[in-house]
Structure formats: structure tokens, C-alpha cells
Design a binder for this molecule. Structure first.
Ligand code: NAD
Length: 424
């Protein structure tokens, strides 16, 4: 199995996910048969997507959907449109979704999908045709009781609307529960768009409380100003912290007195100028500088493998909150643990997205919708409970928050497998 896992899904991110799993499995003494089973995703589909481009030529894009585990319920996970999407990376992300849903206690397994494409190079029509063809190709393995996609890097509510429409047209009636992260008008949930950022802030506030750090003395640096980064910046500033550095893939902006986030975001989202040129708000800085900025809380909210052996020793934060998936390599993780940087791992820190996706799915299935205040309250209740459970386990067992979270998630999945047994 070891061989097959490596050959089929080999990729740095998959190796990271498996190494983290192995570390936790070792500490918890996981049954070797389950250890063998849980490393390999249950199902992986590779599709080629021929798309008629606006200039009438046909281009083929590669797409994937990987379902890691469904012992606890239908699988759930986002769809990523990015030029570096690859089967192994998608498989790693699907494994993290399995632990993430289990840690939060949601009745789901883990999945992830992706298309190898740079969405900003496509016209709106090309993006729609690509999305609809992808939806048609993965149609046999998705559905509200099977596998429920959601947005991730490079996809948004409009992409989810096209996925929902394509699925619904195939079955002949509207099926809002087939995807989450949809627009409100077709069964989306209040509070879903900002949910990941809101959850990031909920756990950050818990960590500050745990470490006795006052919010008014808290400075924050955030890498990535997409869905997760921008909402995190806005909400944590509203909570009373100072956001002193932000960035996107081109670089960022620094102001030690605190950035005026609403004004910066408004200008940025209007597409008027790159962050690094907004001199009236702060000084330009590179992504590498952002990661090593002197701050209370560092929040990577962009792509994987940003904190490595090259910069882990140089980080100057007290708390690291992994809003992105897989931002820290295994080697860097042990450097951070030695340096006593309090790390909230991705599978806990960014679970607000899937928690509110679960609320959206429940509302769609019941055809009964909740108020935004109820969504915020229930999100906070679930994510704070997961944080506290993880913290208690880490303290009692003298281990890191990552190992504690992994053990918590893996244990719930292992129990489900044990109870269901092995088919046939
Ligand atoms: P997004 O596409 O909305 O934004 C991504 C941001 O990252 C952009 O600002 C982009 O400029 C920046 N970026 C890309 N490459 C970069 C690089 N090399 N260096 C610095 N910045 C870079 O994506 P998102 O939905 O905000 O997702 C961000 C992260 O959060 C991803 O790791 C994703 O898997 C994770 N996540 C997202 C959700 C969600 O609900 N959207 C939920 C859980 C986890």
C-alpha cells in the first residue's frame, strides 16, 4: 500500500499530509490495519475537460475530484482552480478535510476537487463552460448524499451556482444541497462567504485569552487577501486588534500603527491598484518580509508551504494561525514547536468554512433558513468547543495543538471504521 500511495499521489503536499497522519497515528497507537486504510484516498477521479474558447479553438484542461473517506457520512470539500492543481495535492487536501470535518463533529467525510487552470486568464463565458463541463464529468460521484463541493482558491459563489445548475439540469429538478457556498438567491446561507475568516478570528481570540494577551496590544499580519484573508482582516480589526501587514501574491503593505482595513480593502477590491502601491496607507513589503514581521499573530491565508526551514527560525510572532491549508512544512513545524510559537493548525483554524457549509446543507435539505445571527452564534459554539477540546488534550498529553487536533479527528474516523467493519 505504501508503494501505491506514493506512486499514485506523490506530491510534496500529499507527503506532508501523510507524514502528519503518521506522526499522530504513532502517538495514539492507531491500529496498523486502520493506519494502512486511512492513508489511501477511497476514490479519485481524473477528467479531461475540452472547452471551446472564445476564439473558437478547443483547449483541454485537467480536472480532479478525490474522496478520501466517507465512513462518517457524505464527503465534503472545496474545488480549487489554480495552475498548479495536481492529483497529489488534491488528495492531500481531501485527507485534511476528513480530519477537519471529524474534529468539528460534522457528519461528513473528506473530499477535494480541482482544475489545473489560471481562472483570471479565462473570459466569463469560458469559465462557465469549463465549470459546467467539470460538473458534468464529476456528476456520477457527487450529490447531496454522496459528495458536496464548495468554493476554494480561484472559485466563488458564481462558480457554485453553475455547478448547482448543471447538476440540477441533469437530474431534472433543483438540488441546492449538491454544493455549498452558493449565492443566497438559490439556497446559499447567510454568513457563508465570511465563515472561514470569522472562524479564524474566533479561534485567534481563544488563543489570545489562553495566553493572557490583551486584544488592544495585539498586532496581526495576514498573507493572502482573497476570501479568507480579507474577511479575517476585517473581522479581527473590528474585534479590536491592529492589522499591521497584509499581502497578496504580488506583495503587500505594512503600517506599524495599524492599516485602515475598510479603506484598503475597498480600493483593492475595486481593482484600482496593487496593494504594494497604496503608499497613502502604508509601506510596501514582500511576502517573505510579511512572514517574518514582528507581530503577535501571523495568519497565512494563501497557499501551502510558506513556512519552511528557510524562514521558521526567523518568524517573530507569538501565535501562528493557519488559515490556509498546509502553510507549514513538517520540518518547520518542529522548529516552531521548539520555539514555543503557539500554532493553531489548519484543520482546526480554517474549519469555519466547512462548519457553515454544513449549516447551508442542513438548511437546503430542510428547506428552512436561519438568521445570520444564529449562523454566527452556532459557528462560534462549534469552533470554540473544538479549540478547547484540542487545547485540553494538548495540555494533558504535553503535545502540540496540531498533534492533538489530528488525534481528535483521526480517532473519530477510526471509531466509525471500527464500527462499520471492513466490506466485503
Ligand atoms: P482566494 O483565491 O480567494 O485568495 C487567495 C489569496 O492568496 C489571494 O489574495 C492571492 O493573491 C493570494 N496568493 C496566491 N498565491 C500566493 C503566494 N504565492 N504568496 C502570497 N499570496 C498568494 O482563496 P481563499 O478561498 O481565500 O483560500 C485561501 C486559503 O484558505 C487556501 O489555502 C484555501 O485552501 C484555504 N481555505 C479556504 C476556505 C474557504 O472557505 N474559501 C476554507 C478553508 C480553507
Amino acid at each position: 500500500m505504501e508503494e501505491a500511495t506514493v506512486t499514485e499521489f506523490d506530491h510534496p503536499t500529499f507527503r506532508l499530509a501523510v507524514a502528519q497522519f503518521d506522526q499522530a497515528a504513532e502517538v495514539m497507537g492507531l491500529d496498523p490495519n486502520l493506519r494502512e486504510r486511512l492513508k489511501a484516498p477511497q476514490r479519485a477521479l481524473t477528467v479531461s475537460l475540452p472547452i471551446r474558447m472564445d476564439d473558437d479553438t478547443v483547449k483541454v484542461f485537467m480536472g480532479y475530484r478525490v474522496q478520501h473517506d466517507s465512513a462518517r457520512g457524505p464527503s465534503k470539500g472545496g474545488i480549487r482552480y489554480h495552475p498548479e492543481v495536481n492529483l497529489g495535492e488534491v488528495a492531500a487536501l481531501s485527507m485534511w478535510m476528513t480530519w477537519k470535518t471529524a474534529i468539528a463533529g460534522l457528519p461528513y467525510g473528506g473530499a477535494k476537487g480541482g482544475v489545473k487552470v489560471s481562472p483570471s486568464t479565462l473570459s466569463l463565458g469560458e469559465l462557465e463552460r469549463l465549470t459546467r463541463r467539470y460538473a458534468a464529468e464529476i456528476f456520477p460521484i457527487i450529490g447531496p448524499d454522496k459528495d458536496i463541493p464548495a468554493p476554494d482558491i480561484g472559485t466563488n459563489a458564481q462558480v457554485m451556482a453553475w455547478l448547482m445548475d448543471t447538476y440540477s439540469e441533469q437530474v431534472g429538478f433543483a438540488v441546492p444541497g449538491v454544493v455549498t457556498g452558493k449565492p443566497l438567491a438559490i439556497g446559499g446561507s447567510a454568513g457563508r462567504e465570511e465563515a472561514t475568516g470569522r472562524g479564524v478570528v474566533n479561534v485567534t481570540l481563544e488563543a489570545l485569552r489562553h495566553l493572557n494577551i490583551d486584544l488592544s496590544n495585539t498586532t496581526v499580519a495576514i498573507q493572502g487577501m482573497g476570501n479568507v484573508g480579507s474577511h479575517t482582516a476585517r473581522i479581527i480589526r473590528q474585534a479590536g486588534a491592529k492589522v499591521i501587514a497584509i499581502s497578496d501574491q504580488l506583495g503587500g503593505l505594512y503600517n506599524p500603527h495599524g492599516l485602515n482595513i475598510p479603506d484598503v480593502l475597498q480600493r483593492y477590491q475595486e481593482g484600482k491598484e496593487p496593494l504594494g502601491s497604496m503608499h497613502k496607507f502604508g509601506d510596501p513589503l514582500t511576502n517573505e518580509e510579511l512572514l517574518t514581521t514582528d507581530c503577535t499573530v501571523l495568519i497565512p491565508a494563501a497557499v501551502a508551504e510558506q513556512i519552511t526551514t528557510h524562514n521558521a527560525a526567523k518568524l517573530r510572532c507569538r501565535i501562528l494561525v493557519e488559515a490556509a491549508n498546509g502553510p507549514t512544512t513538517l520540518e518547520a513545524d518542529s522548529i516552531l514547536a521548539d520555539r514555543d510559537i503557539f500554532t493553531i493548525p489548519d484543520i482546526l483554524a480554517n474549519s469555519g468554512g466547512v462548519i457553515v457549509s454544513y449549516f447551508e446543507w442542513v438548511q437546503d435539505v430542510q428547506r428552512f433558513f436561519w438568521k445570520e445571527a444564529d449562523i454566527h452564534e452556532r459557528l462560534e459554539e462549534i469552533i470554540v468547543a473544538a479549540f478547547q477540546r484540542t487545547l485540553t488534550f494538548a495540555q494533558e498529553n504535553k503535545t502540540t495543538m496540531r498533534i492533538a487536533a489530528l488525534i481528535n479527528g483521526i480517532d473519530r474516523v477510526a471509531q466509525a471504521h471500527q464500527l462499520r467493519g471492513l466490506y466485503p
